[in-house]
Design a protein around this ligand. Structure first.
Ligand SMILES: Nc1ncnc2c1ncn2[C@@H]1O[C@H](COP(=O)(O)OP(=O)(O)OP(=O)(O)O)[C@@H](O)[C@H]1O
Length: 333
């Protein structure tokens, strides 16, 4: 399978008087093969958005090589832009326009035949409600409208930054089947996400980024198999004791990671040694279970941090300068 997205040694350091120097990407590599749904995973601030925005020419990198659809970017962006659809910011729509008006306007601006508007409305499941005003739409419908806008040019590659963000379980399910349908139709989909269970369900392959570097990549099953280190999930009667308990277990020789409400403990031969170590310090275990390996535990092991729901985006993230109109976040139309 040819690669439709290839990044090698990407580097980016932000320098600002107010926030000082921050190295966002530190020699990052990524490869996405054609026809896949590829999950791009990483904790808050690990460099996902910087990567996607750099690929799309919205940020200038300090070094590295990037290719989209076999052409070097940013130099070839004017040539490849028509074949890449992307949503990297929350799109803004005119609230009094309908979905059809919104897409017709974008189609007109992007030299896209009007017949494509009905096609994409059908694809994202908005045809029935296409004449209603956007302000009456649920968040899930607005997300689907955003995807529809990115699909207008019938892209070969679709890049979505946190497409399931803020959606209820029904909306997430709809987004999941939409991604799968698009991949079945031959499109390659790259989605950044912190909803790991979701990624495990819909993605063929993943790249995990931590502190601006790739820490794991490959087909989901392979990444899981390579990191089947197992271990135990440990909960305590008082969650406030987790950091102290982690210190004790590390002192006793176990590899221990602190998550929001539990510890992941690895490198112990018997679970009894965990309870014994902790009880000796008056720390009482309320639950101790072997970890079945899923993406969440691999992610935790590799990045040392649990994804925090609802905190995937930097609150201080700056807007893309110079973008106006109904789809601020849309690109490639
Ligand atoms: N405009 C900016 N100026 C200065 N630092 C920035 C800027 N944008 C991002 N950063 C910093 O660069 C690092 C990577 O941020 P980035 O937004 O790419 O991560 P992310 O993985 O997308 O995180 P999130 O999931 O929270 O959006 C973070 O330390 C962040 O604070």
């Amino acid at each position: 399978m040819p690669a439709v997205l290839e990044i090698e040694g990407l580097r980016k350091t932000y320098r600002s008087r107010r926030r000082g120097t921050r190295r966002a990407l530190d020699g990052f590599d990524m490869v996405v093969e054609a026809g896949q749904v590829h999950g791009f995973l990483g904790p808050n601030g690990s460099g996902k958005t910087t990567t996607l925005r750099t690929l799309l020419g919205l940020i200038r990198p300090d070094g590295g090589r990037m290719e989209l659809l076999g052409e070097q970017v940013p130099a070839a962006l004017p040539r490849v832009a028509g074949r890449v659809g992307a949503i990297v910011e929350s799109p803004q729509f005119f609230p009094n326009f309908s979905a059809r008006d919104t897409l017709s306007l974008l189609a007109g601006a992007g030299d896209v035949p009007r017949t494509r508007v009905d096609e994409v409305l059908e694809l994202v499941g908005l045809r029935e409600r296409a004449k209603e005003r956007v302000k009456t739409y649920s968040l899930g419908m607005k997300q689907r409208l955003a995807v529809a806008s990115a699909l207008l040019k019938d892209p070969k590659l679709l890049i979505l930054d946190e497409p399931a963000n803020g959606l209820d379980p029904g909306g997430i399910r709809e987004m999941r089947s939409l991604m799968r349908d698009l991949a079945t139709s031959g499109m390659t989909v790259v989605l950044s996400s912190h909803i790991l269970g979701e990624v495990q369900l819909i993605c063929d392959s993943v790249t995990i980024i931590s502190l601006g570097r790739r820490v794991a990549a490959g087909p989901v099953a392979e990444v899981l198999a390579q990191h089947s280190g197992g271990g135990y999930r440990v909960r305590l009667e008082a969650a406030a004791d987790l950091p102290v308990a982690a210190e004790e277990l590390v002192r006793a020789g176990a590899r221990t990671t602190v998550a929001e409400d539990h510890l992941l403990v690895q490198g112990v031969d018997k679970p009894a040694s965990i309870t014994r170590t902790l009880a000796a310090r008056d720390l009482y275990v309320s639950e101790l279970a072997p970890v079945t390996v899923d993406l969440e535990s691999v992610f935790l092991e590799l990045t040392g941090t649990a994804p925090v729901p609802g905190q995937h985006r930097q609150v201080d993230e700056s807007a893309v300068p110079g973008q106006t109109g109904p789809t601020q976040g849309g690109w490639g139309v």
